[in-house]
Write a protein that binds this ligand. Sequence first.
Ligand code: FAD
Ligand code: FES
Length: 284
Amino acid sequence: MQENEILVKEQLNEVVMKFVIYKPLVARAARAGQFVILRGRDGGERVPVTLVDWDEKAGTITVIIQSIGKSTFMFNSLKQGDCFLNILGPLGTAVEMKNYGTVAVIGGGVGIAEVYPIAKALKAIGNKVISILGARTKSLLILEEQMRAVSDETICCTDDGSYGQKGMVTDALKACVNSGEKIAAGFVIGPIPMMKFTSKLMVELGIEPYASLNPIMLDGTGMCGGCRVSVEGKVRFACVDGPMFPARTIDFDELIRRTGEYKLQEKTAVEKFEKDHQCKLGLH
Ligand SMILES: Cc1cc2nc3c(=O)[nH]c(=O)nc-3n(C[C@H](O)[C@H](O)[C@H](O)COP(=O)(O)OP(=O)(O)OC[C@H]3O[C@@H](n4cnc5c(N)ncnc54)[C@H](O)[C@@H]3O)c2cc1C
Ligand code: FES
């Protein structure tokens, strides 16, 4: 067994892989809400991914990666026994753990994996945890069993109604509050528009909202300014001040604009990667 080695690789659905990696120093220091920066090869991109789970005794960390572009396609093609080139972390500020009473933990798509350690830690200190999991369709809804194990109640929603309730996480949250639940705080991770509208709804429902932001990150240590976000009208760096922030005053529209700035380059990189990959496989 060597540092950064993939000990277990598991496919969770057509685009999402789970990796258990040998990384004892990170496993020893990890806290809920933190992340690592991965590189697959020399000259490769630096990719932030959430620490989903860790086992200090075994010296392992678990990350869950959705194939979305060139780097994540490459990572998800690694095999058991392969090694990541570097793993930097744990990075970011851990989520402050408090006993709120009842909390809502809301994950959308691969955001379910990112919110899992927060649900687990909030439950461990005695909160009543209501988890609301959302996905476009049944096959994209991940970690239901694991979320149920760390929640008092788990509600699954799919946009197309193929599993659980038909509709969005906001509908489920509203129904929960209307049924009499007194929720003090809510933690949401998922696509930016989902986090924007869920945070807005939480404010309307009297729930203190928190959202984990995913701007483009480079160094992950507060030096490059790439991950700049606006919270309470102030500039904050998501890699050191976050990624979880109180969500009442996050400028989500600025975040959407900034994460979309490199769409053209990202598209070109994927097209080149697919072409090279197919050539290597002798497909054309
Ligand atoms: C704190 C944090 C935690 C994250 N946790 C997870 C996780 O647990 N699992 C997971 O699958 N994804 C996670 N992400 C998102 C992941 O970092 C991006 O999907 C990945 O960087 C995309 O790289 P790519 O080359 O495959 O795609 P690209 O085609 O390069 O980009 C696709 C989209 O990913 C985002 N992105 C691109 N580069 C970066 C970068 N360097 N930093 C941040 N976002 C980027 C942009 O929105 C971009 O439009 C997290 C992001 C942050 C900031
Ligand atoms: S990633 Fe460079 S300052 Fe945050």
